[in-house]
Design a protein around this ligand. Sequence first.
Ligand SMILES: Nc1ncnc2c1ncn2[C@@H]1O[C@H](COP(=O)(O)OP(=O)(O)OP(=O)(O)O)[C@@H](O)[C@H]1O
Ligand SMILES: [Mg+2]
Length: 789
Amino acid sequence: MILTKLHLENFKKYTSYDIEFGEGLIGIIGKNGSGKSTIFEAILFALFGEAKKRGNKDLLRNAGASAKDAVVVELEFEFEDALYKVIREFRGKAMSANAKLLKNGEVTTTGAKEVTTAITKLTGMGKDAFMHTLFASQKELASLSTLKNEERKKMIRRLLGLEKIDFVEKELVEKSRELGREIKAFAEVLLSDEDIKAKQELIKQNKEKKHLLVKDEQNKTKELISLKDKESVIKKELDVFVKTKELKQKLYAGLELISSNKSIELINQAKLIAENYELEHKQEELNSLANVKKEYLGLQEDLKKQEGLKEKHLKREGLQKEQVQLRERYSQAKADIHKLEKECELHEQYSFDAKNLEQDLSIRQDGIEAKHTIEQEILIERASEQRIIDETNAKIQSLEELGSESECPTCTRPLLEEYDKVINSLNSIVQGTHQKKIDEYNTQLKNVQEQKAKLIEQRKVKEKEFQELSKNLNIITSKLQDLQKAKEHFKEIELKGLKNKDELKELEVFKYDASVHEKLQKNNDVLTPKYKHILSLETELKRHKAVKIDLAKVNENIEKLTKEHQEKELEFQKVVYDENAHKQKVVQHEQALKSVEEQTETIHDIKVEVTRIDGDVKNTQSSLDNNEEQLKKVQTKKDDLQDYEKIKTSLAEFKTRLNSKVAPRISTIASDMYSRITKGKYQHIEVSNDFDFFIYDEGKKYPIERFSGGEIDLANLVLRIAISKTLTELSGASSIGFLAFDEVFGSQDESRRMEILEAFHTIKEQYRQIFLISHEMEIKEMFERLVEL
Ligand SMILES: Nc1ncnc2c1ncn2[C@@H]1O[C@H](COP(=O)(O)OP(=O)(O)OP(=O)(O)O)[C@@H](O)[C@H]1O
Ligand SMILES: [Mg+2]
């Protein structure tokens, strides 16, 4: 594989950049940060779709570019006589990736993942293999120099791909241990051979036992069927007995019922005959007492008449007594009226006087009120005069306070010489006019008040008089009411007396003789018990007709029942039932039932036993099956374990073989280069099978730590070149024609740098392109081609 062209757009620091690589030892030289490593990142990205370091795609876009600008990497390379071009780009904010692979100008593959797969398939190398074989990154070379022995060994193993085998080996050991543990655990729960044999024997015995029991059950079942048949025959016979017995009992019960009904009817018949006989006798007796009844009823009529007469006689006596009392009350009432009339004589006079007094009081009241009105008017007038005096006095006082400078109370002009005149005039008005009037009013007031007091006194006397008169008038009024009542009472007595008189006249015609009445009562006392007896006979004889009807009915019933009884008796005789034979049949049936039950129970027991045996066999068998299953599992695990062991051995062999082939080859290549670069100072670098390496000095072997920093760096570099070369040889990819080393010179001094370059010259025939990246500007001339950044 030869890289021919690279085109970059907006890839990291490059906005737009094109390189043509050419062949031979190619130097990519530039200062720190000039973009050297970026070029190989771009190549890696073009081939495998990822930058050296995975990460945010955004970091790949040039810082100055906008989201609209596409990031584009185009790499052209030759491979097996064909020209390939891979184009990768991503655009937009989402950085959606797109890729194309062209072979000799024609698109063969599209899509980011598809292009990566196609390139891996074409070159036979993934990204890791590519990095380990063709491209030693700046970081990797730097860490080779700084790593400790063990870590360096690890890194070499990783570069050689042995790390993966180590991992698989470790996994196998772990898995084998786990399987071992599981197998051990299984072994503890598995059955021993003796256990298995014992269980198998148990199953066999149980099956034999079951076979015998099943046979026995079949025989017993047959017997049971015949026992059941027998029992059912006996049962049928027994049923006939039971039915006959029931019929006989039913008929007997019928007979009993008829007999009992008949005896009840016979008792009734006897009772009715006796009653009828007695009633006939009573009828005869009643007939003989017909005259007594007639006599008694006549007597009752007479007695009734006497009672009426007696009642009227008693009423007359009562009225006569009442008349005597009425007469007394009559005279008393008359006297009362007379007395009250006298007492009420003054009523008219008193009423007249009261009216007059009332009028008099009213006139006097009017007089008092008139005087009172005059009195009030004088008081008002007098007060008004007094007010004028007070006001005038106030004016005089204010004039006196100001003296002759004061103003006229009417015209407001200053008084001066008029002052005394005005004071005097005002005083004379007060004393002359108004005080005089007040004195007059006082005299009038005195007169009026005296007249008013006189009138009030007189009114008091008249009022007392009127009260006295009113009291007497009230008494007489109440007596008048009494008089009215007394008169009404008198009238009542008078009317009652007249009424009684009329009634007494009416009663005079009725004559009552107590001796006649008494005689009749005595006769009644004799006849009454006899009549009562007649009544009781009549009551009893009311039933006679009913008794006769009942007797006829009873006779009829007795006849009917006698007939029924005879018929039933015949029926009963016809039914034949042997009680002893029945009893024997019952015993026979019970025995048959017992036999059936016993047989059923025996069969049931056998069945239970068979089920139990089945359960036992099933359990034992399932334990054996389970054991078998576990055994199979264990066997699988054992097989797995064996396989693992085989793989482990093969891997170990493979590793030993690989190491024994790889280590000496690395050793040879590295020794050759190291000796050449050190101009024969150190002739040999030995790489042991587990990738410890030693340097020979003067034929003596030393561990790497014994040498100087620069010598160690150099040793590491040749080792790395040797690894790349060995890997290229191992992969058989002779057509992969380039090698690239980022910052190979590290700590080397100038002469050593030259030696390193020379060393690369020595291997240059084996590669069509060797890229060496460096920031050392002085070595520019040492390259066949140069890319200066
Ligand atoms: N997306 C980006 N846009 C612009 N510049 C970037 C971007 N990504 C990285 N850079 C810058 O690109 C420069 C180039 O880095 P690179 O690793 O290629 O340098 P170098 O030449 O290998 O340097 P050294 O000799 O130190 O290894 C760095 O200064 C880095 O900051
Ligand atoms: Mg760099």
